[in-house]
Design a protein around this ligand. Structure first.
Ligand code: ZN
Length: 256
């Protein structure tokens, strides 16, 4: 099997990779490892000292939990694998504090983190609006966790599809049946222009354009939420899969 990077969208950070000589089982294992097993930082515990805002304590805690936090995987260990055995320590958790007085809109940026590397990815995210005289004061704990326990720890979206091969019989193409985007300036259907959703749009319309899907090659996409970049996500997911398979092999050996 071979993995190569095909395309990277600078704005969203989304990458497309080609998994060559692979199979659907592996592509799906990689997808699940990305969504459920690659750890990220998220707020998991909130202690409200003062809250005279219009939102209930639970609502504020929920909003804080869903903030995406920049994650430093080298500096932290998932809490359930940590030497503190889940109690919480500096290797698996970070403290953040917030203090605000109205009138204002409290933004994610106002959270003060003990570790400057762990901070909100989108500082402009509003948490709550405070009117004159209203106050909010809280302390929270961010924990390195995984998407299988709560989706707030998931690092992004992952999806894949079989790589299509397109064959065009130019003489047979009826222009009225196909989307205009697939034709070049001279009016000829162009394979290079048939990408993304257009592949589905031309598939099965007539014999003129044939789409065949590979059983061994997959186009695999990863769109990060921002805690980690797409390459970090893929590398970490592959490491986790490797470890899981080795563990499985060892246990299988012991069972004999
Ligand atoms: Zn710990």
């Amino acid at each position: 099997m071979d993995i190569s990077y095909q395309n990277e969208d600078k704005k969203t950070g989304r990458i497309t990779m080609l998994l060559k000589d692979s199979n659907a089982a592996f592509a799906n294992a990689l997808r699940r490892a990305i969504v459920e097993l690659v750890p990220t930082m998220a707020i998991d515990d909130v202690e409200l000292v003062k809250n005279s805002s219009a939102l209930y304590d639970e609502m504020i805690a929920h909003r804080l939990g869903l903030l995406t936090l920049k994650t430093d995987l080298k500096g932290y260990t998932p809490r359930d694998e940590c030497t503190c055995q889940g109690a919480g320590c500096a290797k698996c958790t970070v403290q953040l504090t917030l203090k605000a007085k109205g009138p204002c809109i409290v933004l994610a940026d106002e959270l003060k983190s003990k570790d400057p590397k762990v901070k909100p990815v989108f500082p402009e995210t509003p948490i709550v609006q405070l009117l004159k005289g209203q106050e909010l004061e809280l302390e929270c704990t961010a924990v390195l966790g995984r998407g299988k326990d709560h989706i707030k720890w998931s690092p992004g979206l992952a999806w894949y599809g079989s790589e299509p091969t397109i064959t065009i019989n130019q003489e047979k193409v009826n222009k009225d049946l196909y989307p205009p985007q697939i034709f070049d300036k001279s009016g000829k259907a162009d394979k290079k222009l048939i990408t993304g959703q257009l592949v589905d749009a031309v598939d099965g319309v007539s014999d003129a354009i044939k789409v065949e899907y590979s059983a061994t090659d997959f186009l695999f996409n990863v769109e990060p939420w921002g805690q980690l970049n797409a390459r970090e996500i893929v590398t970490t997911a592959l490491e986790i899969l490797g470890k899981t398979f080795t563990e499985f092999e060892t246990k299988l050996g012991e069972a004999k």
